[in-house]
Design a protein around this ligand. Structure first.
Ligand code: FAD
Length: 376
C-alpha cells in the first residue's frame, strides 16, 4: 500500500459506513494517530449493527475466523478501557445442542477438526452434562459443543460507545452523507460524496455493510455477496430458565435469555431486504418457524408472548466469510464488509486490523481467505 503524508485537504483515513465495523476502524486509526473522517449514508448503527443479537461467539466459527474471534473476545473484555463503556458485554458460555445422533456426530467431527488445527476452546459434552447445565431443555437432546468463555454485548449500547469514543479521539463523523464512488489519485484516494463534494484521503475503507458490494462492484471487484434481512424476535419476561447462549446443530435457532427475563430468538430466518431504500420486511412464516424451533427445544416458551420482531440488513457472502483486505484494483482502498451474520463478535478487532492495513503494518492475521478476489 502506498504511504504518503496526509495534506491539509487530505485525511489519513476515510471510513465509508458508520456501523460497528466502520466505527471500530475509526477508533483504532484515530488512536494510532491517524486523522480520520467517517461518512455514513444515514445515521451511525442504522443497519445490521443495531439490529444485531449481540452474540460474541467463537463457538463453531469457520476455521478461517477462529483466530480473529478468539482475539476479539479479549478486546470485548477490555471494552471499558477501549470504548469508555462496558457495552453490555458479559461473559457467557455458548452451547450448540445436538438433538439426535447424526447432529452429535457432526459436532464430534467439528470438534476433531478444530482440535487438529490446534484449537482447544470447544468442548464436547454428553447428555448428562448437557441437562445438568440446561435442565429446561426438552428431553430428546443428545449432547452439545460448548465454549465456556464466549459472551454477548448490547449492540445499540456498543454503537453509542464506539461513536462517542471516535468523536472523543477527534474523528469527524458526517452522517446523512453517502459515498458514491472511490477512485485512486497519486498518493491516495478520492471519495465522491452525494451532492458533488469530495473527500480526499491517503487510504479509504469500504465498511458499508451490505452496501459494500456495490462500492466494490463500482471499482471492478465483483463479489458473491447477497443482501439478507435477518430476523429476530424478543418475548416478554419469563422466569429464568437458561443461562448459556443456545444454538442448535441442524435446526435454525439461536436463543438467549436476558437478565430481565426476556428471551431473544433468532437463527438466520430471512425477511426481505431492499438495498435501494434501505427498508426490510419480516417474513412471518419464518418468524413462526423460528418460534416453533424455540418451543421444540424449550417447551417452557410455549405460552411466552412475543413483544417485538425486527430485522436488519446484512451482506452474506457465498462462503459465509467477510470481505476483508486490500482492494486489488484501487491502491489505497481497503474492504471490510459482508460479515455474513457474525461480524458483531469481531468488530473491536476488525478496526485494529484495518488501522494496521492503513498504516502498512502487519497485524499478524492471515487474511487470504477473506480476499476480495476469491470469488473470481
Ligand atoms: C438481526 C441480526 C442479528 C445478528 N446477530 C449477530 C450476533 O449475534 N453475533 C454476531 O457476531 N453478529 C451478528 N449479526 C451480524 C452483525 O450485526 C454484523 O455483521 C455487523 O453489525 C456488521 O457491521 P457493519 O458495520 O459491517 O454493517 P452495518 O452495521 O450495516 O453498517 C454499514 C453502514 O454503512 C452505511 N452505508 C451503506 N452504504 C453507504 C455509503 N455508500 N456511504 C456511506 N455509508 C454507507 C449504512 O447506512 C450502514 O450504517 C447480526 C446481524 C443481524 C442483522
Amino acid at each position: 500500500m502506498v504511504m504518503t503524508a496526509a495534506g491539509p485537504d487530505r485525511v489519513d483515513l476515510a471510513v465509508i459506513g458508520g456501523g460497528l465495523i466502520g466505527l471500530s476502524a475509526a477508533v483504532a486509526a484515530a488512536r494510532a494517530g491517524l486523522s480520520v473522517t467517517l461518512v455514513e449514508a444515514r445515521t451511525c448503527g442504522r443497519h445490521a449493527s443495531s439490529a444485531s443479537a449481540g452474540g460474541v461467539r467463537s463457538l463453531n466459527r469457520h476455521p478461517a475466523e477462529i483466530a480473529l474471534a478468539r482475539r476479539a473476545l479479549e478486546l470485548w473484555r477490555r471494552a471499558p478501557e477501549l470504548f469508555g463503556d462496558h457495552c453490555g458485554y458479559a461473559e457467557s458460555s455458548q452451547v450448540r445442542v445436538a438433538e439426535d445422533e447424526e447432529a452429535m456426530a457432526g459436532l464430534e467431527a467439528r470438534r476433531a477438526r478444530s482440535k487438529a488445527l490446534g484449537w482447544s476452546h470447544e468442548k464436547l459434552i454428553g447428555r448428562d452434562a448437557l441437562y445438568a447445565r440446561v435442565p429446561s431443555l426438552a428431553g430428546h437432546c443428545r449432547g452439545a459443543l460448548v465454549v465456556e468463555d464466549d459472551g454477548f454485548a448490547d449492540p445499540l449500547r456498543s454503537v453509542h460507545a464506539f461513536r462517542r469514543t471516535a468523536r472523543s479521539l477527534g474523528v469527524t463523523i458526517r452522517e446523512n452523507t453517502p459515498a458514491e464512488a472511490v477512485t485512486a489519485e497519486p498518493g491516495g484516494v478520492v471519495v465522491a460524496l452525494a451532492g458533488g463534494a469530495e473527500l480526499r484521503a491517503r487510504v479509504a475503507v469500504n465498511a458499508a455493510g451490505a452496501w459494500g458490494t456495490g462500492l466494490a462492484a463500482a471499482v471492478g471487484e465483483a463479489v458473491k455477496v447477497r443482501p439478507v434481512a435477518l430476523q429476530m424476535t424478543v418475548t416478554e419476561p419469563v422466569r429464568a430458565f437458561v443461562k448459556p447462549v443456545i444454538g442448535t446443530h441442524g435446526r435454525k435457532l439461536s436463543l438467549k435469555q436476558s437478565e430481565h427475563g426476556t428471551v431473544v430468538i433468532g437463527g438466520g430466518f430471512e425477511g426481505r431486504a431492499d438495498l435501494a431504500t434501505g427498508d426490510s420486511d419480516l417474513d412471518f412464516a419464518g418468524v413462526t418457524q423460528n418460534l416453533a424451533n424455540a418451543v421444540r427445544l424449550f417447551p417452557i416458551l410455549a405460552d411466552a408472548r412475543v413483544v417485538r420482531t425486527w430485522c436488519g440488513i446484512e451482506g452474506i457472502a457465498a462462503d459465509d466469510l467477510p470481505v476483508l483486505g486490500p482492494s486489488r484494483t484501487v491502491p489505497g482502498l481497503i474492504h471490510a464488509f459482508a460479515f455474513s451474520g457474525h461480524g458483531f463478535a469481531l468488530c473491536p478487532l476488525i478496526g485494529e486490523v484495518v488501522a494496521d492495513l492503513a498504516r502498512g503494518r502487519n497485524h499478524g492475521f492471515d487474511l487470504t481467505p477473506f480476499a476480495v478476489d476469491r470469488f473470481a
